[in-house]
Design a protein around this ligand. Sequence first.
Ligand SMILES: [Zn+2]
Ligand SMILES: [Zn+2]
Length: 299
Amino acid sequence: MVSDNPSASRMRPGCEISGPLHEDSMSSTTEVTIRLSGLFGGLALMAIWEVLAPRRVPKVRRARRWMSNLGLLVFNTVAVRLLIPLTAVELAVMAERNGWGALHRWSLPPAWEIPLAVIALDLVIYLQHVLFHAVPAFWRLHRVHHADLEFDVTTGLRFHTIEILLSLGLKLAAILALGPSPWAVLIFEVLLNATSMFNHSNVRIPLGCDRMLRWLVVTPDMHRVHHSIQRREADSNFGFNLPWWDYLLGTYRPQPAEDYETMPIGVAELRDERLCCRLPAMLWLPLRSSRASPDGNDR
Ligand SMILES: [Zn+2]
Ligand SMILES: [Zn+2]
């Protein structure tokens, strides 16, 4: 799942790590610059690529969808800032200073510690994603991501606010247990945002190139299978960043039953564009019926 803190870090007055942020590791200005460059650079790059080499012909008008998906991103960023007093990087700074977490016991050099921490955090996100499909209450929240009727770069930034808050809570717990460095956490979050924008994008990648890339990163074709209207296909390819967990844990599906270019995208019981692709209706989707009527309309 995409990082829950796509923009900047901030400090709370009176917090234990107040003063110059990350004074041992990085400046807050550096962190903000890296985050915003990753977000806007990735968004612009994939948007241009989608125009130059689209994989599918969109059926829903882009302007309104994009406004809603990006509007939800802005709303989530503000909500997280207001409701959660600590960012993942700030907690990693605290853990580093206090020696909390497994990795701080081993004193590994950054060349080992950062990749190890990124891979471990990616496994946590994979497992969280499986959980959000398996538990009906969590699936209702995660359906907001899947209910997008198109599949493009903005889909990768579209998650229900409560899912984002739960995701951040789980990540904070993982950081306490694992003890990754602040740099490892920042790199993981920026990487996860970038790969999420990449693997949700509506871009055409030559088949041979896609097969090679799939050894290293989840590709758009691979993740598009996960957005199939067919539930058995949606319950596969859970990786957001690294594809290895799907290979190792038996959840990999190489391709959809239908063609990539014509396979229906979305959730069977949620097909109304006014509900699925517009704010604020998208925020109420978890409360809607989970049954599909025979004519395919939501009840
Ligand atoms: Zn999913
Ligand atoms: Zn997705």
